[in-house]
Ligand binder design. Structure first.
Ligand SMILES: [Zn+2]
Length: 439
């Protein structure tokens, strides 16, 4: 960090003793000094209790709209109530709880995450940020700190099925999306009804630009960069853009015994060369681009036949949209070159295309400044995984806080984040929200 930035942040946080305390709050100190801290033992206690909901021999199974998801949401609603908040469920099934602010003209600061899981997942992806946000609101109330802005805690519905709740909240859901069958076996339309929403009135859940002051999401990293670097906090620069291609390579199916090696049009050979070339092209340039050939369908997929066709997929991600465009061109060029060399043809189809969601520089400074006053080691980093924050970035300044995942493992029963890291993340969220309130 530049010294100037540091001084500015220090100055901003030095102003924190001016925080108002609610009149008649007996436990509130006369002036609350930064940095405040959450009740970490309570937060980790909630996570430990939550671990029994949807726990199966294969891992945590709280896929959206399942019985376990409903139980997890009921548990979460209980945490809101226990903290003194009256939760409301919007028509998309998202749960909101509000800590009122002192200035009615200000829009809410929004913090939260999700509590649904993937199939055979872990207990930390989602709940850390959701319960961390509830704990932040509860701590502020207990410390008698009154923010000027309302503080809204949100628990988005069905994050793992394609950020459905947050997509609804920005109005980016289509009737076709609603008819898709979720992993629970129910359609999204049915599921939203099951969790207390109302698809006939989805427009009521839509937040427009300007409706939210900013959005900050605490989440586990789900990768191993922080642990490897021995750092406590990741200040997320944005969520990478993602592009998926289906590449159809066509050759000529023929007898594996009678076709001489120099007379083949072998799409399997072309696919192998292409997979190596994709990897080498990305690795030859320093940067954080990742590209993966993850699936290959070979036809006829038989031992004694030179294949006639291979369909493979490429997953390409980077925080910089220009790099995604650059590698798209490079891969198409590789297809032409390898096609010419192997007498096959490459046809590219884009199946998924999502733009990078860039964190707001000011929100990043609040997160960075909060980690600074708390004395945490940290780095700026992209998120390689998708989050609700990427949707909310369309309508509000967005930022995310990452805490380390042990072994870089996530979406697995072995997913684990140390209790002290959970608390560190919540402490950063608390102080970042306070900094956001003071702008
Ligand atoms: Zn998540």
């Amino acid at each position: 960090m530049e010294r100037r930035t540091f001084l500015r942040q220090s100055a901003a946080l030095a102003a924190l003793p001016l925080l108002r305390t609610a009149p008649g709050t007996p436990s509130a100190p006369a002036a609350t000094r930064a940095p405040l801290r959450v009740n970490g033992a309570r937060l980790n206690g909630w996570l430990a209790k939550f671990d029994s909901i949807g726990r199966t021999p294969g891992g945590i199974n709280r896929v959206a709209y399942s019985e376990a998801d409903l139980a997890g949401r009921a548990f979460t609603l209980g945490l809101f109530r226990e903290a003194g908040f009256t939760p409301r469920i919007d028509t998309a099934g998202n749960i909101f709880g509000r800590l009122e602010g002192t200035d009615r003209s200000l829009k809410p600061i929004l913090i939260g995450s999700h509590v649904d899981s993937v199939t055979d997942g872990g207990n930390f992806d989602g709940p850390v940020g959701s319960f961390g946000a509830i704990e932040v609101a509860r701590s502020l109330r207990e410390h008698g700190v009154r923010l000027r802005h309302p503080l809204d805690v949100v628990v988005w519905s069905n994050e793992e099925g394609g950020t459905i709740g947050s997509k609804c909240a920005i109005g980016h859901i289509t009737p076709a999306d609603l008819d898709k069958v979720a992993r629970s076996g129910k359609t999204i339309r049915e599921g939203i009804g099951l969790v207390g929403g109302n698809v006939a009135r989805l427009s009521e859940a839509v937040l427009k630009k300007g409706d939210v002051a900013c959005y900050i999401e605490l989440h586990i990293e789900q990768g191993g960069l922080l642990e490897k670097a021995g750092l406590q906090i990741g200040v997320v620069e944005g969520i990478v853009g993602l592009r998926w291609f289906e590449v159809t390579i066509t050759g000529f199916a023929n007898h594996a015994g009678t076709t001489p090696m120099d007379q083949r049009q072998d799409p399997m050979l072309a696919a192998a060369k292409f997979a190596v070339a994709v990897n080498e092209t990305v690795r030859s340039v320093p940067g954080r681009t990742v590209a993966t050939v993850g699936r290959m369908n070979v036809s006829p997929n038989t031992t004694n036949v030179i294949p006639g066709q291979v369909v493979l997929t490429v997953d390409l991600r980077d925080l910089d949209a220009a790099k995604v465009a650059h590698y798209t061109e490079r891969f198409e060029q590789l297809g032409r070159e390898i096609g010419a060399a192997t007498r096959t043809t490459f046809a590219f189809t884009r199946t998924v295309d999502s733009d990078p969601a860039i964190s707001d520089p000011q929100v990043m400074r609040w997160v960075d400044g909060a980690a600074e006053v708390l004395g945490f080691t940290r780095q700026r980093m992209p998120s390689g995984a998708g989050h609700d924050a990427q949707e909310i970035a369309h309508i509000a300044p967005m930022g995310m806080i990452f805490v380390p995942s042990v072994g870089g493992i996530s979406h697995s029963p072995r997913e684990f984040t140390k209790p002290e890291d959970v608390v560190n993340g919540a402490d950063v969220l608390l102080n970042a929200a306070i900094a956001a309130d003071r702008r």
